[in-house]
Structures are given as structure tokens and as C-alpha cells.
Design a protein around this ligand. Structure first.
Ligand SMILES: Cc1cc2nc3c(=O)[nH]c(=O)nc-3n(C[C@H](O)[C@H](O)[C@H](O)COP(=O)(O)OP(=O)(O)OC[C@H]3O[C@@H](n4cnc5c(N)ncnc54)[C@H](O)[C@@H]3O)c2cc1C
Length: 477
């Protein structure tokens, strides 16, 4: 059924990028209608009582180094609109079977000291990045075109970052602990650690630990989406939930339409608005492995073998470089790792609004093959138990999200791929197609603004911001 509207612009999808695009358009004085298929806004930034009453879980994203560092978010009055970042005492912890965990801390020196013989190597690797962070981060969170504002700095970063995480870890560090720690940071790429440019993820996530922090949102990640929506409506933007767009032909006339969707959905709803050649390019777009996730209500904090792990909201479980590399390689070979690399968030230790007194939340997921139907519950719990004996005894209730359930929850998670498509080179930069300005399509009034565009996955809004700026500079000028 055609929707009626008298808006300059329509944005489809109220994830962080759709909201960011809509805000950017509204700030420029354009009237905006944002259409969301789900009953609630937020896409990958939502929370819900998934297990027990009063226990709030982050359904998708939980930890937000990219959010707190996002130049777009930083430019918005999000605090006035209800978003409070909660910082744990340390940013991330990486335990081992024996010996102390490595703790990522704001202080470069304190982090380095925890790496023993690799302390100086760590300072040499991350020190120059920390010094240049203010200039580097905006360029890293932008498309390749227009060229970076600090090309020499970016070139120097690119030279380091183009390596595989495996090679970088071995070249930079002598010890197993520093190598494993770097592998844990790089595993956020959701790629085999032998792939080109996976070192970039290790550098960026470490850097963000030093210069921005790895916070959670007070009350749950939904607070991020709610604050963005509040900013949007304060600017006159309109949001309609429960409005699934099944064909672009059903949209009312508008000067620009921005899609917070991934290529597969765009092909499905495009009708006659996408030329055959562009359609084929979108069909060639590659999706990556999926996520398998557990949300747990616990009767107490996770009893880490090394209590230092309780200082950080995020814990990386996988131990050594070789074990993490094997775990991250498996999903790309169509296999489910026996000992998966598990990302854990323990929000309630730092945000007391998440659970009633004495109760706690745990958020834990691992990477599995695209569309996998293998139940990883036991393997995820075994990894936590390995580093926190007695953890299983604390489980009061459990909620499982399979790859198929992720796609049902948010259509952008095709096959359970939570990153809007693979970040393998060259798709890391050239996403979703090889157009010079990646947010554009052959239809001058149609734009793409999801995490399938640069700078890719994460709750930072930068894809939406850049896409809207392109629309404002062209068809909305
Ligand atoms: C398990 C998991 C853990 C994650 N952890 C983190 C983390 O800790 N930190 C972090 O920064 N990021 C994390 N992410 C990634 C992050 O959530 C995404 O990268 C981010 O949400 C992408 O934003 P987006 O706006 O591009 O898309 P989405 O957030 O996916 O939003 C797309 C929106 O479009 C809507 N939509 C889809 N089709 C239609 C249609 N036809 N009509 C109307 N509306 C439609 C969807 O319902 C959805 O609301 C995680 C994701 C998952 C799933």
C-alpha cells in the first residue's frame, strides 16, 4: 500500500545509521520521515528483558568504543537526550589458562607494563597512534574518497595496518601474552587472522581503549537509539515504526531516499529503481560469518580465575594467538570451532540499572559459519567456565540467539552476519560496490547509508552521517 508523505527525504531503517542519516538531514533543515519495520527503533542498538523480569540485556551491540569516539555522536547533545556512557575501570581483559590476564587500560604505560617483556614493543606499536589519535580517528571513520585530511598519517597507519593480525602479532611481540591480547583485539574483524588488513582492527580497538574507552550505555544499548531518536524528533523529524518497506515503488515521492539496508534487501525491494549492472554488483556483495549469542541472568558476578577480569566490562576469551587464529579461521572454512573465541560483556558490574540487586547479566557470543544451525551454547559456556570455574552454577536463566534468529530480529543480519557484510579486503573499503562515492547509486535520488558502506560495522552512525552529507551536497543542494 503506498505511503503518503510530504517530506523532502525518506530514510528506511531506524538502526544507528538510519537515525544518524535522518538527524544529519534534519539538522540541515530538510523534513525527514524515518520508516522502521520493527515495532521498536534501534536496529542493532536495542535492549530487552530477554531472561527474567527486571534483567535488561543488550540484544545486539553492548560495548561502544566506536560510539564514544564517533565524531558524529560527539557533535550531538546525546547526554541531554538521555544517553550516559558508563565506563568500567579498565577497558577489556584477556585471561590465559595460567598467569595473569592482560588488561587494556586507558593508560598506555599501565597496559604496556602488564605485558612484561613486550612492554616496550607495545609502547612502540601504540604510542604513535595514541599521539596522533585526534587527527587519525576522523579519517579512519570516513570513506576513502574524498581523500583523508591527514594523508601522510593515514599512509603511515595503512602501512602498519595492511598486515594480517597474525603476522603483526608475531612481528611486534615475543611473548604469548601480548600476541594473544593483540589477536583478541583483531578478532573483532570477524575474519581469519591471516587475512590482509586484520591488523588494522587490532590497532584501532587498542587505540580506542587508550583514547576513548570501551563504555556501555546506562540502562542498555537501547538508550543510544532512544537518544538519537529524541534528537531527531526535537529537530522535527518523524519516525514511523511497524512500517516494513517491501518495494521502493510504494514510497511516496521524495527528493532523496536513504536506505539503512544491506545489498541483498536493496535488490529485493528496488523494483525498477536499480539498473541491471548495479543490481549485479549488489548481488556480488559478500556476507560474512554469523554470530551465535547467549544472554544470561546470573546469581552473582562471573568468578574469574584472575579477579582483574572483573575490572573490565569486556572480556576476550580464547587465550593464545594460535587458539584464537584457529577459532576465527573455522567459520570461514564452514566449521564451528570446538573452542570458539568468545566475546563477553558483564554490563551489570558497572551499570546497576541492568539487574535487581544481587543479580547480574552476561552477554557472550562467538563467530560461526554463515547461516549455521549448530548449537554453540555448550561451547560458549565451556570457554567461560575454563577461565571462571564455578560460572555455570550461577546461571539462573539463558536466552539463545541463533544466526537465523538474528536475521528474524533484524533483516540486516543476513544469515546471522552482524557486520552488514564481510570486512575482507577490498570490501573493507569498497562497500557495497566499487563506486567512487560508495553511498550513491545510479539513481541520483537513492542512497545507501547502512554498515554495508564505509566505515562499516559498529554503533557509530558514521555511515549514515556520510551518506546524508553526500545527499545534501548533491540532490538536496
Ligand atoms: C550480537 C551483536 C553484537 C554486536 N556488538 C557490537 C558492539 O558491542 N559494539 C558495536 O559498536 N557494534 C556491535 N554490533 C554491530 C552493530 O549493532 C551494527 O554494526 C549496527 O547496528 C549497524 O547499524 P545500521 O544502522 O547500519 O543497521 P541496523 O542496526 O541493523 O539497523 C537496520 C534497521 O533497518 C530495519 N529494516 C530492515 N529492513 C527494513 C525494511 N524493509 N523496512 C523498514 N525497516 C527495515 C531493521 O529492522 C533495523 O532496525 C553488534 C551486533 C550484533 C548483532
Amino acid at each position: 500500500m503506498p505511503l503518503s508523505s510530504a517530506h523532502d527525504t525518506i530514510v528506511v531503517g531506524a538502526g544507528p545509521n538510519g537515525l544518524a542519516a535522518a538527524i544529519t538531514l534534519a539538522r540541515a533543515g530538510r523534513s525527514v520521515l524515518l520508516l522502521e519495520s520493527s515495532p521498536t527503533i534501534g536496529g542493532g542498538a536495542r535492549s530487552a528483558e530477554l531472561t527474567l523480569p527486571g534483567v535488561v540485556h543488550d540484544v545486539c551491540s553492548a560495548v561502544h568504543p566506536l560510539g564514544v569516539a564517533s565524531p558524529f555522536f560527539r557533535d550531538l547533545p546525546l547526554r541531554e537526550h538521555g544517553l550516559h556512557w558508563v565506563f568500567s575501570e579498565a577497558e577489556a581483559a584477556h585471561p590465559f589458562d595460567d598467569g595473569p590476564a592482560v588488561i587494556l587500560q586507558r593508560s598506555l604505560d599501565a597496559t604496556a607494563e602488564g605485558l612484561g617483556p613486550d612492554a616496550d614493543a607495545y609502547r612502540r606499536a601504540f604510542g604513535p597512534l595514541v599521539e596522533a589519535a585526534d587527527r587519525l580517528l576522523p579519517d579512519l571513520l570516513a570513506p576513502l574518497w574524498p581523500p583523508p585530511r591527514h594523508p601522510l598519517l593515514m599512509a603511515r597507519f595503512g602501512w602498519k595496518a595492511m598486515a594480517s593480525a597474525h603476522n603483526a602479532a608475531v612481528r611486534l611481540f615475543r611473548g604469548e601474552r601480548a600476541r594473544g591480547f593483540f589477536a583478541g583485539l583483531a578478532a573483532h574483524a570477524i575474519l581469519p587472522l591471516e587475512s590482509a588488513f586484520t591488523a588494522s582492527f587490532g590497532y584501532v580497538f587498542g587505540l580506542l581503549g587508550h583514547v576513548a574507552g570501551w563504555p556501555v550505555a546506562r540502562g542498555g544499548s537501547q538508550a543510544i537509539a532512544d537518544a538519537l531518536a529524541s534528537v531527531l524528533t526535537s529537530l522535527g523529524g518523524e519516525i514511523e515504526t511497524g512500517r516494513r518497506v517491501t518495494s521502493l515503488d510504494d514510497l511516496p515521492p521524495a527528493r532523496a531516499v536513504l536506505l539503512d539496508l544491506t545489498p541483498r534487501q536493496i535488490v529485493r525491494i528496488a523494483g525498477g529503481r536499480v539498473r541491471a549492472r548495479f543490481r549485479r554488483a549488489l548481488e556480488r556483495y559478500r556476507y560474512g560469518p554469523a554470530a551465535f549469542k547467549l544472554d544470561l541472568a546470573l546469581s552473582g558476578p562471573i568468578p574469574w580465575k584472575d579477579p582483574a577480569c572483573a575490572r573490565a566490562a569486556t572480556v576476550h576469551l580464547g587465550g593464545t594467538l594460535e587458539e584464537i587464529a584457529a577459532a576465527e579461521h573455522a567459520p570461514h572454512a564452514g566449521a564451528s570451532a570446538e573452542r570458539p573465541f568468545v566475546l563477553v560483556a558483564q554490563q551489570s558490574l558497572f551499570d546497576t540499572t541492568r539487574a535487581p540487586a544481587g543479580r547480574h547479566t552476561a552477554w557472550a557470543y562467538c563467530h560461526v559459519p554463515h547461516g549455521s544451525t549448530v548449537d554453540m551454547t555448550g561451547r560458549i559456556e565451556a570457554q567461560i567456565e575454563r577461565f571462571a570455574p564455578g560460572f555455570r552454577d550461577l546461571i539462573l536463566a539463558r536466552h539463545v540467539t541463533t544466526p537465523a534468529a538474528f536475521e528474524r530480529y533484524d533483516e540486516n543480519y543476513v544469515g546471522g552476519d552482524i557486520a552488514g557484510g564481510s570486512a575482507a579486503f577490498p570490501q573493507l573499503f569498497l562497500r557495497p560496490s566499487r563506486r567512487l562515492v560508495p553511498y550513491t547509486t545510479p539513481d541520483p535520488r537513492l542512497f545507501i547509508c547502512s554498515s554495508s558502506t564505509p566505515p562499516g560495522a559498529g554503533v557509530h552512525g558514521m555511515c549514515g552521517y556520510h551518506a546524508a552529507r553526500v545527499a545534501l551536497a548533491t540532490v538536496l543542494r
